[in-house]
Design a protein around this ligand. Structure first.
Ligand code: GLN
Length: 487
C-alpha cells in the first residue's frame, strides 16, 4: 500500500488489513505521522503530539499481537484536550491549565488503551469547549481541511479536522450543545453524540455537567459504532452513568441493509424554514428525504413547538453550570498561576490568575452564568430555563410516539471564514440551533455528511436524532442512511 493511504482508511478497514497481516501497526502510525508532518502547520489540529510514544507503543503492540485483533488494536486516535490523559498535558485549550498533567486516565481513554488503541495526540478545541468555530483556543485556531480559509466548526475542532485530513483515524470529542456534530458537519465527517449517561464522563473536564457527553468523530457510521461499543457502557466512577452494556458493534448494525428495514422519519417543520437556513442546506436535506422515501422509509412532518426557545434555554443552563464548574480554577490547585510583585494576598492572586488565565468567551460565560444564578435572578433565569427544558423534552416524547427518528440539517449555516463572526457572539450561538436539542433532552444524535454546497464546495451535515437509550437503533438507521447518501 502506498504511503499516505492508510491514514485515509477507516478503523474497520485497517483492522481487516492488520488481521490479515497485510500491514503492521507501525505502518499505520508512520503513515498518520507523515500526514501530520505535512499538514499540521497549516491545520493546527493538535495541542500536543506524542509521535515517539506512539511509535514505541506500536512496536510494543506488535510484540504481543493477539490471535484476533480487537477492532481498535493499533489504531491511532486523537483525543480532545478536555479529556484527561495520565501524565500527558491536558489544557482544555486554555492558558489556565497550562502545564497540567493529570494523574489518571479518563474512563474513555482507559478503555481505548485497554483495547490496543494508540493516543497520537490531544486535539485543539475552543477554550473549555465553549464555542462553535475553533477560534477560541489559547493555542490558535484550527482550520478546515476542506478549505483552510474556513472554520472547521467547534468546539471539537481539532478532532474533526484531524479525522477529515488523515491526521488521525478517528477521534474523541465532547458534545455539550453540538460540539461533536457541528465540526463533523463542517469538515464532512461523521459525528455521534450518544445518549447522556451511556458513555462515562469520568475524566471529561466539566463544562456544563447536565449536558456534557463524550462523542466520536469518525469517517463512517461503522467506526462510530465500534468506538461506542468499546468506550460506552456502565462506569461506577461516574454517578450519572447508566447501568448498561453496549452491544457489540456488529450486533448493533446487523440488518441495516435488509430490504424490510424501514423507519418512520419525523421532519420538524421548525427545521425546514427558508428564513435562517441556507438554501443549499435545505435543498440537500430535501434531496435526502426523497431518496429515503424511494427506499421505502416513511417521511412524516412533525412539530417541536418549544424548539424555538432552544438557544436561550441552552445558553442559560450551559453558562450557569459553567460558572459553577469553572470556579475551581484559582491558581492554587492546577495549571497556570499569575505572578508579580503586586500579588501580596490570596484574593489578588485569584483575581490575576483568572484574569490572565481565561479568554474572552469563557469570561463572558462566567459573568452571565453567575448573574443568572444569583439570588433574586435565579427564578427568572435559571429556574425558568429548566422548566422550558422540560417542555422541550415533552415535545420530543410526543413526536417519538409517531416516528422512529427525527431528521433535519445539523446546522442552519455553512462553514464561514475565519474571523467572520468573531465580533458577533450571538450569531455564533445560532449555529447550534438544531444541535442543542439533543443535549437538553439527553437523546442520541448523529451528523452524517450530506454532500457539499455546489457553489462553495463546503460540506453539509444531516442530523439524525433517536430515542433515548436506543443508540443501537439510531446507529443502525444511520448506517442505512449512509448508504442512501452514497457515502
Ligand atoms: N457551541 C456550543 C457552545 O458554545 C456548544 C459547545 C459544546 O458542545 N461543547 O456552548
Amino acid at each position: 500500500m502506498k504511503s499516505m493511504e492508510l491514514s485515509q482508511l477507516t478503523i474497520h478497514e485497517l483492522n481487516h488489513k492488520l488481521n490479515r497481516k497485510e500491514i503492521s501497526v507501525s505502518d499505520v502510525v508512520r503513515d498518520v505521522l507523515k500526514v501530520i508532518e505535512r499538514k499540521e502547520s497549516e491545520l493546527n489540529a493538535y495541542i500536543s503530539l506524542f509521535e515517539e510514544k506512539a511509535l514505541e507503543r506500536a512496536l510494543e503492540l506488535e510484540k504481543h499481537m493477539p490471535q484476533t485483533l480487537p477492532p481498535l488494536y493499533g489504531i491511532p486516535l486523537g483525543i480532545k484536550d478536555n479529556i484527561v490523559t495520565k501524565d500527558m498535558e491536558t489544557t482544555c485549550g486554555s492558558r489556565i491549565l497550562l502545564g497540567y498533567k493529570p494523574p489518571y486516565d479518563a474512563t474513555a481513554v482507559r478503555r481505548i488503551l485497554d483495547n490496543g488503541g494508540i493516543v497520537i495526540g490531544k486535539t485543539n478545541m475552543d477554550e473549555f469547549a465553549m464555542g462553535s468555530t475553533g477560534e477560541y483556543s489559547y493555542f490558535g485556531p484550527t482550520r478546515n481541511p476542506v478549505n483552510t480559509d474556513y472554520v472547521p466548526g467547534g468546539s471539537s475542532s481539532g478532532s474533526a479536522a484531524a479525522v477529515a485530513s488523515g491526521e488521525a483515524i478517528a477521534a474523541l470529542g465532547s458534545d455539550t450543545g453540538g460540539s461533536v456534530r457541528l465540526p463533523a458537519a463542517f469538515c464532512g465527517v461523521v459525528g455521534f453524540k450518544p445518549t447522556y449517561g451511556t458513555v462515562s464522563r469520568y475524566g471529561l473536564i466539566a463544562f456544563a455537567s447536565s449536558l456534557d457527553q463524550i462523542g466520536f468523530l469518525t469517517k463512517d457510521v461503522t467506526d462510530a459504532a465500534i468506538l461506542y461499543s468499546v468506550v460506552g457502557g456502565f462506569d461506577p466512577m461516574d454517578s450519572t452513568s447508566w447501568e448498561y452494556q453496549v452491544p457489540d458493534w456488529r450486533e448493533m448494525l446487523s440488518g441495516f441493509d435488509k430490504l424490510d428495514f424501514r423507519v418512520r422519519i419525523g421532519v420538524p417543520e421548525e427545521f425546514m424554514v427558508e428564513e435562517g437556513v441556507a438554501k443549499s442546506i435545505l435543498t440537500r436535506t430535501e434531496a435526502f428525504l426523497k431518496e429515503a422515501e424511494k427506499n421505502g422509509h416513511k417521511v412524516v412532518p412533525v412539530k417541536l413547538p418549544h424548539s424555538r426557545y432552544a438557544i436561550e434555554t441552552y445558553y442559560l443552563i450551559a453558562m450557569s453550570e459553567a460558572s459553577s464548574n469553572l470556579s475551581r480554577y484559582d491558581g492554587v490547585r492546577y495549571g497556570y498561576r499569575a505572578e508579580g510583585e503586586e500579588i501580596t494576598d490570596l484574593d489578588t492572586m485569584y483575581r490575576k490568575t483568572r484574569t490572565e488565565g481565561f479568554g474572552i468567551e469563557v469570561k463572558r460565560r462566567i459573568l452571565v452564568g453567575t448573574f443568572a444564578l444569583s439570588s433574586g435572578y435565579y427564578e427568572a433565569y435559571y429556574e425558568t430555563a429548566t422548566k422550558v427544558r422540560r417542555l422541550i423534552k415533552m415535545d420530543f416524547e410526543e413526536v417519538f410516539k409517531e416516528v422512529d427518528v427525527i431528521v433535519g440539517p445539523t446546522s442552519p449555516m455553512l462553514p464561514f471564514k475565519l474571523g467572520e463572526k468573531l465580533s458577533d457572539p450571538i450569531s455564533i450561538y445560532l449555529t447550534d440551533i438544531f444541535t442543542v436539542l439533543a443535549n437538553l433532552t439527553g437523546i442520541p444524535a448523529i451528523s452524517l455528511p450530506n454532500g457539499v454546497d455546489s457553489t462553495l464546495g463546503l460540506p453539509i451535515g444531516l442530523q439524525v436524532m433517536g430515542r433515548p437509550f436506543d443508540d443501537p437503533f439510531l446507529l443502525k438507521t444511520a448506517k442505512n442512511f449512509e448508504q442512501i447518501l452514497g457515502n
